[in-house]
Design a binder for this molecule. Structure first.
Ligand SMILES: [Zn+2]
Length: 160
């Protein structure tokens, strides 16, 4: 099972009722990328997780993220052309997007990068995490851990 070039990422079985998603991306080389109004940011080569949410149509949101050629709307859209999507997970809402970011940060020993990346509407430092390697849990296992995680409910003022 090798992800070569722009090969399709492994798409685990997804539940269309899920409202949260994780994209694991690999940045081949260290570079600086202009992230919309955030300006130029510096990213080290390696593995990243992006934590996002879609209240409806999670399938089409993910499909959009996988697509390269599009108008840039989210911070991820600026990062995406430089990276390869290796894994996609969807998860139930449970404690929300920001709690999921905290959860993944702990699970994967992640480090928030890109100053407020994907986190314009919440209090998080970022929804992009630099992680040491791919997510090794199966989708089922990850979901089980996520639902078992009490965590703190981080309030998101925007409620989006
Ligand atoms: Zn957040």
């Amino acid at each position: 099972m090798k992800g070569n070039g722009e090969g399709r990422p492994v798409m685990p079985e997804r539940n269309i009722a899920d409202q949260l998603y994780l994209l694991v991306l690999k940045l081949e080389s260290t570079c600086s990328i202009v992230i919309g109004k955030r300006g130029q940011l510096y990213f080290q080569a390696g593995m990243y997780v992006y934590v996002g949410s879609a209240k409806r149509n999670i399938e089409s949101r993910i499909a959009r993220h996988l697509q390269q050629d599009k108008k840039k709307r989210w911070h991820l859209d600026y990062f995406r052309p430089h990276a390869e999507v290796l894994q996609v997970f969807t998860l139930p809402l449970h404690n929300g997007e920001c709690a999921l970011k905290e959860f993944i940060q702990q699970q994967c020993i992640g480090r928030a990068v890109g100053n407020k990346f994907g986190a314009s509407d919440c209090r998080c430092d970022s929804h992009l995490l630099k992680i040491p390697g791919k997510i090794s849990d199966t989708p089922e296992k990850l979901k089980e851990k996520w639902l078992a995680c009490q965590g703190k409910k981080l309030e998101s003022s925007a409620g989006s």
